[in-house]
Ligand binder design. Structure first.
Ligand code: ADP
Length: 437
Protein backbone atom coordinates (compact mmCIF):
# COMPACT_ATOMS: atom_id res chain seq x y z
CA UNK A 1 0.00 0.00 0.00
CA UNK A 2 1.36 3.41 -0.90
CA UNK A 3 1.91 6.22 1.63
CA UNK A 4 -0.93 8.24 0.15
CA UNK A 5 -3.35 5.29 0.42
CA UNK A 6 -2.28 4.69 4.01
CA UNK A 7 -2.72 8.40 4.83
CA UNK A 8 -6.12 8.38 3.11
CA UNK A 9 -7.33 5.40 5.18
CA UNK A 10 -5.97 6.85 8.42
CA UNK A 11 -7.55 10.25 7.65
CA UNK A 12 -10.88 8.58 6.88
CA UNK A 13 -10.79 6.54 10.08
CA UNK A 14 -9.83 9.63 12.11
CA UNK A 15 -12.69 11.63 10.56
CA UNK A 16 -15.19 8.86 11.24
CA UNK A 17 -13.75 8.41 14.75
CA UNK A 18 -13.95 12.15 15.45
CA UNK A 19 -17.55 12.26 14.17
CA UNK A 20 -18.52 9.30 16.35
CA UNK A 21 -16.75 10.84 19.38
CA UNK A 22 -18.46 14.24 18.95
CA UNK A 23 -21.81 12.47 18.42
CA UNK A 24 -21.18 10.37 21.49
CA UNK A 25 -20.43 13.55 23.42
CA UNK A 26 -23.91 14.77 22.52
CA UNK A 27 -25.41 11.31 23.07
CA UNK A 28 -25.84 10.73 19.30
CA UNK A 29 -22.81 8.67 18.31
CA UNK A 30 -24.54 7.22 15.22
CA UNK A 31 -25.54 10.66 13.98
CA UNK A 32 -22.01 11.89 14.55
CA UNK A 33 -20.66 8.95 12.52
CA UNK A 34 -23.22 9.58 9.79
CA UNK A 35 -22.35 13.29 9.51
CA UNK A 36 -18.62 12.42 9.34
CA UNK A 37 -19.34 9.80 6.62
CA UNK A 38 -21.39 12.38 4.67
CA UNK A 39 -18.56 14.88 4.91
CA UNK A 40 -16.07 12.26 3.65
CA UNK A 41 -18.46 11.31 0.83
CA UNK A 42 -19.10 14.90 -0.31
CA UNK A 43 -15.34 15.53 -0.40
CA UNK A 44 -14.91 12.42 -2.57
CA UNK A 45 -17.77 13.50 -4.88
CA UNK A 46 -16.21 16.96 -5.25
CA UNK A 47 -12.88 15.42 -6.30
CA UNK A 48 -14.69 13.05 -8.65
CA UNK A 49 -16.63 15.88 -10.31
CA UNK A 50 -13.54 17.97 -10.85
CA UNK A 51 -11.74 14.91 -12.32
CA UNK A 52 -14.71 14.37 -14.63
CA UNK A 53 -14.61 18.06 -15.70
CA UNK A 54 -10.91 17.80 -16.51
CA UNK A 55 -11.55 14.65 -18.55
CA UNK A 56 -14.40 16.30 -20.47
CA UNK A 57 -12.65 19.59 -21.21
CA UNK A 58 -9.21 18.08 -21.64
CA UNK A 59 -7.96 21.08 -19.72
CA UNK A 60 -5.58 19.84 -17.09
CA UNK A 61 -3.79 23.18 -16.64
CA UNK A 62 -6.60 24.86 -14.69
CA UNK A 63 -7.33 21.64 -12.96
CA UNK A 64 -7.28 21.61 -9.22
CA UNK A 65 -4.92 18.88 -8.30
CA UNK A 66 -6.95 17.49 -5.45
CA UNK A 67 -5.75 16.34 -2.15
CA UNK A 68 -4.67 13.13 -0.48
CA UNK A 69 -5.09 10.02 -2.58
CA UNK A 70 -6.79 12.06 -5.27
CA UNK A 71 -3.69 14.13 -5.68
CA UNK A 72 -1.83 10.94 -6.49
CA UNK A 73 -4.53 9.74 -8.91
CA UNK A 74 -4.71 13.11 -10.62
CA UNK A 75 -0.97 13.55 -10.99
CA UNK A 76 -0.57 9.98 -12.28
CA UNK A 77 -3.34 10.58 -14.77
CA UNK A 78 -1.86 13.91 -15.78
CA UNK A 79 1.52 12.26 -16.32
CA UNK A 80 0.01 9.50 -18.53
CA UNK A 81 -2.09 12.05 -20.37
CA UNK A 82 0.97 14.22 -21.14
CA UNK A 83 2.95 11.17 -22.22
CA UNK A 84 0.17 10.04 -24.60
CA UNK A 85 -0.05 13.58 -26.02
CA UNK A 86 3.72 13.68 -26.57
CA UNK A 87 3.62 10.27 -28.25
CA UNK A 88 0.73 11.38 -30.48
CA UNK A 89 2.66 14.47 -31.46
CA UNK A 90 5.73 12.36 -32.29
CA UNK A 91 3.63 9.99 -34.41
CA UNK A 92 2.06 12.94 -36.16
CA UNK A 93 5.50 14.34 -36.97
CA UNK A 94 6.73 10.92 -38.11
CA UNK A 95 3.65 10.50 -40.32
CA UNK A 96 4.23 13.96 -41.80
CA UNK A 97 7.86 13.01 -42.55
CA UNK A 98 6.82 9.67 -44.11
CA UNK A 99 4.21 11.44 -46.23
CA UNK A 100 6.74 14.09 -47.26
CA UNK A 101 9.31 11.46 -48.26
CA UNK A 102 6.78 9.29 -50.17
CA UNK A 103 5.57 12.42 -51.91
CA UNK A 104 9.15 13.17 -52.92
CA UNK A 105 9.48 9.70 -54.49
CA UNK A 106 9.46 9.72 -58.31
CA UNK A 107 7.53 6.42 -58.33
CA UNK A 108 3.84 6.15 -57.57
CA UNK A 109 2.87 4.22 -54.42
CA UNK A 110 -0.73 3.23 -53.71
CA UNK A 111 -1.69 1.46 -50.47
CA UNK A 112 -4.50 -1.05 -51.04
CA UNK A 113 -6.57 -3.10 -48.61
CA UNK A 114 -7.40 -6.81 -49.00
CA UNK A 115 -10.17 -5.94 -51.53
CA UNK A 116 -7.81 -3.80 -53.64
CA UNK A 117 -9.55 -0.66 -52.43
CA UNK A 118 -7.39 2.45 -52.18
CA UNK A 119 -6.38 3.50 -48.65
CA UNK A 120 -4.01 6.27 -49.66
CA UNK A 121 -1.49 7.17 -52.35
CA UNK A 122 1.44 9.52 -52.86
CA UNK A 123 1.80 12.56 -55.12
CA UNK A 124 3.56 10.63 -57.92
CA UNK A 125 0.56 8.24 -58.14
CA UNK A 126 -1.57 11.31 -58.78
CA UNK A 127 0.76 12.64 -61.48
CA UNK A 128 1.37 9.27 -63.17
CA UNK A 129 -2.04 7.62 -62.89
CA UNK A 130 -4.39 10.48 -61.99
CA UNK A 131 -5.31 8.99 -58.59
CA UNK A 132 -6.72 11.38 -56.01
CA UNK A 133 -5.90 10.67 -52.35
CA UNK A 134 -9.18 11.81 -50.84
CA UNK A 135 -11.64 11.37 -53.71
CA UNK A 136 -10.51 7.87 -54.68
CA UNK A 137 -10.20 6.54 -51.11
CA UNK A 138 -12.28 3.33 -50.82
CA UNK A 139 -12.50 2.84 -54.61
CA UNK A 140 -11.17 -0.36 -56.18
CA UNK A 141 -7.94 0.52 -57.95
CA UNK A 142 -8.78 -1.71 -60.96
CA UNK A 143 -11.99 0.27 -61.43
CA UNK A 144 -9.89 3.40 -61.92
CA UNK A 145 -6.86 1.93 -63.74
CA UNK A 146 -8.76 -0.28 -66.15
CA UNK A 147 -6.40 -2.88 -67.57
CA UNK A 148 -7.01 -6.66 -67.73
CA UNK A 149 -3.31 -7.29 -66.99
CA UNK A 150 -3.47 -5.24 -63.79
CA UNK A 151 -6.70 -6.96 -62.69
CA UNK A 152 -5.00 -10.31 -63.24
CA UNK A 153 -1.85 -9.22 -61.40
CA UNK A 154 -3.88 -8.07 -58.37
CA UNK A 155 -5.88 -11.30 -58.34
CA UNK A 156 -2.95 -13.65 -58.91
CA UNK A 157 -1.06 -12.77 -55.72
CA UNK A 158 2.11 -12.75 -57.84
CA UNK A 159 4.52 -10.38 -56.11
CA UNK A 160 7.48 -10.88 -58.42
CA UNK A 161 6.11 -10.10 -61.88
CA UNK A 162 5.59 -6.66 -63.31
CA UNK A 163 3.26 -5.56 -66.10
CA UNK A 164 3.14 -2.50 -68.28
CA UNK A 165 -0.04 -0.50 -68.67
CA UNK A 166 -0.86 2.63 -70.62
CA UNK A 167 -1.03 5.78 -68.52
CA UNK A 168 -4.63 6.97 -68.11
CA UNK A 169 -3.33 10.55 -67.75
CA UNK A 170 -0.74 11.11 -70.46
CA UNK A 171 -1.53 9.47 -73.79
CA UNK A 172 1.45 7.47 -75.07
CA UNK A 173 3.05 7.09 -71.64
CA UNK A 174 3.61 3.66 -70.11
CA UNK A 175 3.60 2.62 -66.46
CA UNK A 176 5.29 -0.40 -65.00
CA UNK A 177 3.14 -1.92 -62.21
CA UNK A 178 4.22 -4.16 -59.37
CA UNK A 179 2.26 -5.39 -56.36
CA UNK A 180 4.11 -5.89 -53.08
CA UNK A 181 2.51 -7.43 -49.95
CA UNK A 182 2.36 -4.98 -47.09
CA UNK A 183 1.17 -5.18 -43.46
CA UNK A 184 -1.33 -7.89 -42.44
CA UNK A 185 -3.29 -8.15 -45.70
CA UNK A 186 -2.56 -4.87 -47.39
CA UNK A 187 -0.70 -4.33 -50.65
CA UNK A 188 1.47 -1.66 -52.11
CA UNK A 189 0.95 -0.97 -55.81
CA UNK A 190 4.13 0.57 -57.21
CA UNK A 191 3.93 2.55 -60.44
CA UNK A 192 6.98 3.59 -62.46
CA UNK A 193 7.14 5.65 -65.62
CA UNK A 194 8.85 3.44 -68.24
CA UNK A 195 7.87 5.45 -71.33
CA UNK A 196 11.50 6.13 -72.26
CA UNK A 197 12.55 2.50 -71.88
CA UNK A 198 9.62 1.33 -74.02
CA UNK A 199 10.41 3.98 -76.64
CA UNK A 200 14.05 2.83 -76.84
CA UNK A 201 13.01 -0.84 -77.02
CA UNK A 202 10.66 0.01 -79.88
CA UNK A 203 13.40 1.93 -81.69
CA UNK A 204 15.74 -1.05 -81.32
CA UNK A 205 13.06 -3.52 -82.40
CA UNK A 206 12.09 -1.43 -85.42
CA UNK A 207 15.75 -0.98 -86.37
CA UNK A 208 16.45 -4.72 -86.24
CA UNK A 209 13.23 -5.48 -88.16
CA UNK A 210 13.94 -2.82 -90.82
CA UNK A 211 17.61 -3.76 -91.20
CA UNK A 212 16.71 -7.48 -91.51
CA UNK A 213 14.02 -6.64 -94.03
CA UNK A 214 16.32 -4.38 -96.08
CA UNK A 215 19.14 -6.97 -96.08
CA UNK A 216 16.89 -9.66 -97.50
CA UNK A 217 16.75 -8.33 -101.09
CA UNK A 218 20.52 -7.88 -101.67
CA UNK A 219 21.11 -11.27 -100.05
CA UNK A 220 18.59 -12.92 -102.38
CA UNK A 221 20.45 -11.44 -105.38
CA UNK A 222 23.86 -12.52 -104.04
CA UNK A 223 22.53 -16.05 -103.35
CA UNK A 224 21.01 -16.16 -106.85
CA UNK A 225 24.35 -15.28 -108.49
CA UNK A 226 26.20 -17.76 -106.23
CA UNK A 227 23.78 -20.54 -107.23
CA UNK A 228 24.27 -19.63 -110.89
CA UNK A 229 28.09 -19.69 -110.53
CA UNK A 230 27.91 -23.00 -108.63
CA UNK A 231 25.78 -24.52 -111.43
CA UNK A 232 28.11 -23.19 -114.16
CA UNK A 233 30.10 -26.13 -115.54
CA UNK A 234 32.72 -23.86 -117.10
CA UNK A 235 33.83 -22.14 -113.88
CA UNK A 236 37.50 -22.53 -112.90
CA UNK A 237 38.17 -25.56 -110.68
CA UNK A 238 39.62 -23.36 -107.88
CA UNK A 239 36.28 -21.54 -107.51
CA UNK A 240 34.27 -24.59 -106.45
CA UNK A 241 35.23 -24.58 -102.75
CA UNK A 242 34.95 -20.82 -102.12
CA UNK A 243 31.63 -20.63 -103.96
CA UNK A 244 30.25 -23.55 -101.95
CA UNK A 245 31.42 -21.88 -98.71
CA UNK A 246 29.82 -18.60 -99.78
CA UNK A 247 26.56 -20.47 -100.49
CA UNK A 248 26.61 -22.01 -96.99
CA UNK A 249 27.25 -18.61 -95.37
CA UNK A 250 24.57 -16.94 -97.50
CA UNK A 251 22.15 -19.65 -96.35
CA UNK A 252 23.14 -18.99 -92.73
CA UNK A 253 22.56 -15.27 -93.20
CA UNK A 254 19.14 -15.95 -94.76
CA UNK A 255 18.18 -18.07 -91.75
CA UNK A 256 19.51 -15.43 -89.38
CA UNK A 257 17.47 -12.68 -91.06
CA UNK A 258 14.34 -14.85 -91.09
CA UNK A 259 14.78 -15.61 -87.37
CA UNK A 260 15.46 -11.96 -86.51
CA UNK A 261 12.28 -10.96 -88.37
CA UNK A 262 10.35 -13.71 -86.55
CA UNK A 263 11.70 -12.43 -83.20
CA UNK A 264 10.64 -8.85 -84.02
CA UNK A 265 7.18 -10.09 -84.95
CA UNK A 266 6.86 -12.09 -81.71
CA UNK A 267 8.09 -9.14 -79.63
CA UNK A 268 5.52 -6.74 -80.99
CA UNK A 269 2.60 -9.21 -80.93
CA UNK A 270 0.32 -9.52 -77.91
CA UNK A 271 -0.72 -12.80 -76.33
CA UNK A 272 -1.34 -15.74 -78.67
CA UNK A 273 -4.89 -16.76 -79.43
CA UNK A 274 -6.40 -19.29 -81.81
CA UNK A 275 -9.76 -20.42 -83.13
CA UNK A 276 -8.82 -24.08 -82.86
CA UNK A 277 -7.02 -25.58 -79.83
CA UNK A 278 -3.53 -26.78 -80.77
CA UNK A 279 -3.01 -30.54 -80.98
CA UNK A 280 0.40 -30.62 -79.26
CA UNK A 281 0.70 -34.40 -79.37
CA UNK A 282 0.00 -34.40 -83.13
CA UNK A 283 2.71 -31.75 -83.64
CA UNK A 284 5.20 -33.76 -81.57
CA UNK A 285 4.50 -36.87 -83.66
CA UNK A 286 4.81 -35.10 -87.03
CA UNK A 287 7.99 -33.21 -86.06
CA UNK A 288 9.63 -36.35 -84.66
CA UNK A 289 8.77 -38.30 -87.80
CA UNK A 290 10.20 -35.55 -90.02
CA UNK A 291 13.48 -35.39 -88.08
CA UNK A 292 14.17 -39.03 -87.29
CA UNK A 293 14.81 -39.93 -90.94
CA UNK A 294 18.08 -37.96 -90.95
CA UNK A 295 21.47 -39.61 -90.53
CA UNK A 296 23.20 -39.75 -87.12
CA UNK A 297 20.09 -38.98 -85.15
CA UNK A 298 19.72 -40.36 -81.63
CA UNK A 299 16.80 -42.68 -80.76
CA UNK A 300 13.64 -40.65 -80.24
CA UNK A 301 10.89 -41.65 -77.79
CA UNK A 302 7.49 -40.00 -77.48
CA UNK A 303 5.97 -40.03 -74.00
CA UNK A 304 2.31 -39.23 -74.64
CA UNK A 305 1.08 -38.63 -71.08
CA UNK A 306 -1.91 -36.52 -72.12
CA UNK A 307 -4.16 -35.85 -75.08
CA UNK A 308 -4.97 -32.33 -73.85
CA UNK A 309 -4.87 -29.52 -76.38
CA UNK A 310 -3.57 -26.02 -75.97
CA UNK A 311 -5.11 -22.62 -76.44
CA UNK A 312 -2.58 -20.90 -78.66
CA UNK A 313 -0.93 -20.60 -82.04
CA UNK A 314 -0.23 -23.92 -83.78
CA UNK A 315 2.59 -22.66 -86.03
CA UNK A 316 4.38 -21.09 -83.07
CA UNK A 317 4.07 -24.20 -80.89
CA UNK A 318 5.45 -26.19 -83.81
CA UNK A 319 8.43 -23.78 -83.94
CA UNK A 320 9.08 -24.47 -80.24
CA UNK A 321 9.05 -28.24 -80.79
CA UNK A 322 11.25 -28.00 -83.91
CA UNK A 323 13.80 -25.75 -82.17
CA UNK A 324 14.04 -27.84 -79.00
CA UNK A 325 14.12 -31.11 -80.88
CA UNK A 326 16.72 -30.00 -83.45
CA UNK A 327 18.93 -28.69 -80.62
CA UNK A 328 18.58 -32.03 -78.80
CA UNK A 329 19.55 -33.87 -82.00
CA UNK A 330 22.55 -31.59 -82.61
CA UNK A 331 23.89 -31.97 -79.09
CA UNK A 332 23.18 -35.70 -78.57
CA UNK A 333 25.35 -38.46 -80.11
CA UNK A 334 23.69 -41.00 -82.41
CA UNK A 335 23.80 -43.70 -79.69
CA UNK A 336 22.02 -41.39 -77.22
CA UNK A 337 18.32 -40.98 -76.48
CA UNK A 338 15.85 -38.12 -76.81
CA UNK A 339 12.44 -38.16 -75.10
CA UNK A 340 9.65 -35.74 -76.00
CA UNK A 341 6.84 -35.70 -73.42
CA UNK A 342 3.44 -34.05 -73.19
CA UNK A 343 1.76 -34.17 -69.77
CA UNK A 344 -1.11 -32.26 -68.22
CA UNK A 345 -2.37 -31.99 -64.66
CA UNK A 346 -4.13 -29.71 -62.23
CA UNK A 347 -1.36 -27.08 -62.42
CA UNK A 348 -1.18 -26.92 -66.22
CA UNK A 349 0.68 -28.81 -68.93
CA UNK A 350 4.31 -29.56 -69.71
CA UNK A 351 6.05 -30.08 -73.02
CA UNK A 352 9.42 -31.62 -72.20
CA UNK A 353 12.36 -32.39 -74.47
CA UNK A 354 15.01 -34.38 -72.60
CA UNK A 355 18.22 -35.67 -74.11
CA UNK A 356 21.18 -37.74 -72.96
CA UNK A 357 23.61 -35.52 -74.86
CA UNK A 358 26.57 -33.40 -73.86
CA UNK A 359 24.62 -31.19 -71.43
CA UNK A 360 25.29 -27.58 -70.43
CA UNK A 361 27.39 -26.17 -67.59
CA UNK A 362 25.06 -24.60 -64.96
CA UNK A 363 26.81 -21.21 -65.34
CA UNK A 364 25.56 -20.96 -68.96
CA UNK A 365 21.92 -21.92 -68.29
CA UNK A 366 20.63 -18.42 -67.34
CA UNK A 367 22.03 -17.01 -70.62
CA UNK A 368 20.70 -19.65 -73.05
CA UNK A 369 17.72 -17.56 -74.23
CA UNK A 370 19.83 -14.46 -74.95
CA UNK A 371 20.11 -13.60 -78.63
CA UNK A 372 23.21 -15.03 -80.28
CA UNK A 373 24.31 -16.79 -77.09
CA UNK A 374 26.04 -20.10 -77.79
CA UNK A 375 28.05 -22.14 -75.29
CA UNK A 376 30.58 -23.02 -77.97
CA UNK A 377 30.32 -20.35 -80.68
CA UNK A 378 32.62 -22.03 -83.20
CA UNK A 379 31.04 -25.45 -82.81
CA UNK A 380 27.48 -24.08 -83.05
CA UNK A 381 28.37 -22.03 -86.15
CA UNK A 382 29.86 -25.10 -87.84
CA UNK A 383 26.75 -27.20 -87.33
CA UNK A 384 24.41 -24.46 -88.54
CA UNK A 385 23.48 -22.84 -85.22
CA UNK A 386 22.50 -19.19 -85.38
CA UNK A 387 21.97 -18.62 -81.66
CA UNK A 388 18.40 -17.37 -81.96
CA UNK A 389 16.44 -20.62 -81.55
CA UNK A 390 15.97 -20.49 -77.78
CA UNK A 391 15.29 -16.71 -77.88
CA UNK A 392 12.40 -17.49 -80.26
CA UNK A 393 11.24 -20.32 -77.97
CA UNK A 394 11.22 -17.95 -74.99
CA UNK A 395 9.19 -15.32 -76.85
CA UNK A 396 6.66 -17.84 -78.17
CA UNK A 397 6.21 -19.22 -74.65
CA UNK A 398 5.77 -15.72 -73.20
CA UNK A 399 3.02 -15.13 -75.76
CA UNK A 400 1.36 -18.29 -74.39
CA UNK A 401 1.79 -17.22 -70.71
CA UNK A 402 4.22 -20.12 -70.41
CA UNK A 403 7.80 -20.37 -69.19
CA UNK A 404 10.92 -22.30 -70.15
CA UNK A 405 12.71 -24.20 -67.39
CA UNK A 406 16.09 -25.72 -68.19
CA UNK A 407 17.94 -28.26 -66.10
CA UNK A 408 21.18 -29.72 -67.33
CA UNK A 409 24.48 -31.14 -66.30
CA UNK A 410 27.54 -31.20 -68.49
CA UNK A 411 28.13 -34.73 -69.75
CA UNK A 412 24.78 -36.23 -68.74
CA UNK A 413 22.16 -34.43 -70.84
CA UNK A 414 19.61 -31.62 -70.70
CA UNK A 415 15.91 -31.19 -69.96
CA UNK A 416 14.00 -28.31 -71.58
CA UNK A 417 10.56 -28.00 -69.94
CA UNK A 418 7.87 -25.66 -71.31
CA UNK A 419 5.26 -25.14 -68.61
CA UNK A 420 1.83 -23.89 -69.72
CA UNK A 421 -0.66 -22.52 -67.15
CA UNK A 422 -3.89 -24.42 -66.56
CA UNK A 423 -6.09 -21.81 -68.27
CA UNK A 424 -4.25 -22.50 -71.56
CA UNK A 425 -5.00 -26.24 -71.41
CA UNK A 426 -8.07 -27.62 -73.17
CA UNK A 427 -9.07 -31.07 -71.92
CA UNK A 428 -11.65 -32.54 -74.27
CA UNK A 429 -14.44 -34.61 -72.66
CA UNK A 430 -14.46 -38.31 -73.60
CA UNK A 431 -16.76 -39.17 -76.55
CA UNK A 432 -19.90 -40.93 -75.18
CA UNK A 433 -20.30 -44.56 -76.26
CA UNK A 434 -22.87 -45.06 -79.05
CA UNK A 435 -26.07 -46.77 -77.93
CA UNK A 436 -25.50 -46.04 -74.25
CA UNK A 437 -28.66 -45.53 -72.18
P1 ADP B 1 21.75 -22.37 -81.73
O1 ADP B 1 21.25 -21.92 -83.03
O2 ADP B 1 23.18 -22.07 -81.50
O3 ADP B 1 21.35 -23.76 -81.41
P2 ADP B 1 19.93 -21.78 -79.63
O4 ADP B 1 19.41 -20.50 -79.14
O5 ADP B 1 18.95 -22.78 -80.10
O6 ADP B 1 20.99 -21.42 -80.72
O7 ADP B 1 20.79 -22.44 -78.48
C1 ADP B 1 21.76 -21.65 -77.81
C2 ADP B 1 22.86 -22.52 -77.24
O8 ADP B 1 22.32 -23.31 -76.19
C3 ADP B 1 23.43 -23.49 -78.20
O9 ADP B 1 24.43 -22.91 -79.01
C4 ADP B 1 24.00 -24.55 -77.29
O10 ADP B 1 25.26 -24.12 -76.79
C5 ADP B 1 23.03 -24.56 -76.12
N1 ADP B 1 22.04 -25.65 -76.22
C6 ADP B 1 20.78 -25.56 -76.66
N2 ADP B 1 20.15 -26.74 -76.60
C7 ADP B 1 21.04 -27.63 -76.12
C8 ADP B 1 21.01 -29.03 -75.80
N3 ADP B 1 19.91 -29.78 -75.98
N4 ADP B 1 22.14 -29.59 -75.30
C9 ADP B 1 23.25 -28.85 -75.10
N5 ADP B 1 23.36 -27.53 -75.37
C10 ADP B 1 22.26 -26.92 -75.87
Amino acid sequence: MSDASRKFLIGLLLLLGAGAAIGWFYDHAVWGLLVAALLALSWQVRQLLSFDRALRTGNFDDFRYGEGIWEQIFSRFRFEHDRAARRKQNYRMLLREVRKSTNAMPDGAVILDANNEIITCNRAAKQLAGLKRKKDRGQRVDNILRDPGLTHLLKSGDHKSTIEIMSPVNVGDWLDCRVVPYGADQKLLLLRDVTERIRLTKIRRDFVANASHELRSPLTIISGYLDAIADDEGKPESWAKPVSQMQTQAGRMRRMLAELLELSRLESAGTATSDQPVDVLGLIESTTQALEGHANVARMIIDAGSSAKLQGNSAEIETVIVNLLSNAIRFTPADGEITVSWHSGSDGADLIVADSGEGIDPEHIPRLTERFFRVDKGRSRDDGGVGLGLAIVKHVLARHDAELLVTSEAGTGSVFRCHFPVDRVVVEPPIPLAGGS
